[in-house]
Design a binder for this molecule. Structure first.
Ligand SMILES: NC(=O)c1ccc[n+]([C@@H]2O[C@H](COP(=O)([O-])OP(=O)(O)OC[C@H]3O[C@@H](n4cnc5c(N)ncnc54)[C@H](OP(=O)(O)O)[C@@H]3O)[C@@H](O)[C@H]2O)c1
Length: 239
């Protein structure tokens, strides 16, 4: 029997993890949906459901294959996502939000999960707000005054997280790629032209040889969507 795309991606992810050198940090998979022109939404801060039903089920399967699921506070404020596994068997990954100012609202769906507090990563030493609906993880600031992603991953590793899926948004996806910390990508390309907010912003690179590359690559259609997946390679790994 031919394998389904879900079986193929699950097998690929398992092999990719076995091949990856142990870094003492969780393995990071970027997983998001974009239009044919690379937009993830019309305008930053607005929700736009781009994936078809099959791709949505695949996203839920991918969630179930990771220990943690990470988004930026921009995505929480725009989409109020649940980030749970509902369309297939499997456990929901630990929800993690990059949120320096601890702006996540108490009524956010991520703060309503039974038996699993949302982990909120901040660089503030003493946030004024005392919250019992979230677990705060403190890390240092990066040079650009954002959260230092290497430290974020180190803290998650200490807490037993071995793999995370990064679902967005654009600022967070860009930051992981820029830091060379995204190991693999599963991209849903929906047949729309949006002319909107792009998944990847400037990486500050000017030479073709420096640009992150995806190799080997795999593609398959799922309903009207195109699913593309592969490992990310940086710098000298490009050769
Ligand atoms: N199509 C899709 O698959 C998909 C998936 C997800 C989201 N989206 C869309 O994307 C939009 C949200 O994306 P966004 O780019 O505005 O926001 P985002 O990437 O979700 O969150 C950005 C925020 O994360 C915080 N952050 C903390 N450390 C960071 C770091 N090291 N690097 C980057 N950000 C860091 C910053 O807020 P603080 O400074 O307050 O910490 C920053 O403003 C929404 O419209 C949503 O609908 C689409």
């Amino acid at each position: 029997m031919p394998k389904t795309i879900s079986d193929k991606i699950e097998q690929w992810l398992t092999l990719h993890r076995q091949r990856t050198v142990e870094h003492q940090r969780p393995q990071v998979t970027l997983c998001y949906a974009q239009s044919w022109d690379g937009s993830i939404t019309i305008r930053a801060g607005e929700a736009l459901a781009l994936s078809g039903d099959g791709s949505m089920r695949l996203t839920h399967l991918l969630r179930s294959l990771h220990d943690g699921i990470l988004v930026g506070i921009g995505t929480v404020l725009a989409d109020n996502p649940q980030l749970t596994v509902r369309e297939c068997e499997g456990d929901s990954p630990q929800a993690i939000v990059l949120d320096s100012g601890v702006r996540i609202p108490k009524h956010a769906r991520l703060c309503q999960r039974q038996g699993q507090k949302c982990w909120v990563v901040s660089n503030k030493e003493q946030p004024e707000i005392a919250r019992d609906d979230i677990e705060l993880i403190r890390v240092a600031s990066s040079d650009d005054n954002r959260l230092d992603l290497e430290q974020v991953l180190a803290k998650l590793w200490q807490k037993g997280i071995r793999s995370i899926m990064v679902e967005g948004g654009a600022q967070v996806i860009t930051a992981f790629v820029k830091a060379g910390l995204a190991d693999a990508i599963v991209l849903t390309v929906a047949p729309r032209l949006v002319g909107g907010y792009k998944a990847i912003d400037s990486l500050g690179l000017s030479q073709k040889a420096e640009l992150p590359r995806i190799s080997p690559i795999y593609t398959q259609t799922l309903g009207d969507d195109l699913i593309m997946w592969g490992e990310l390679r940086y710098g000298s790994e490009n050769d």
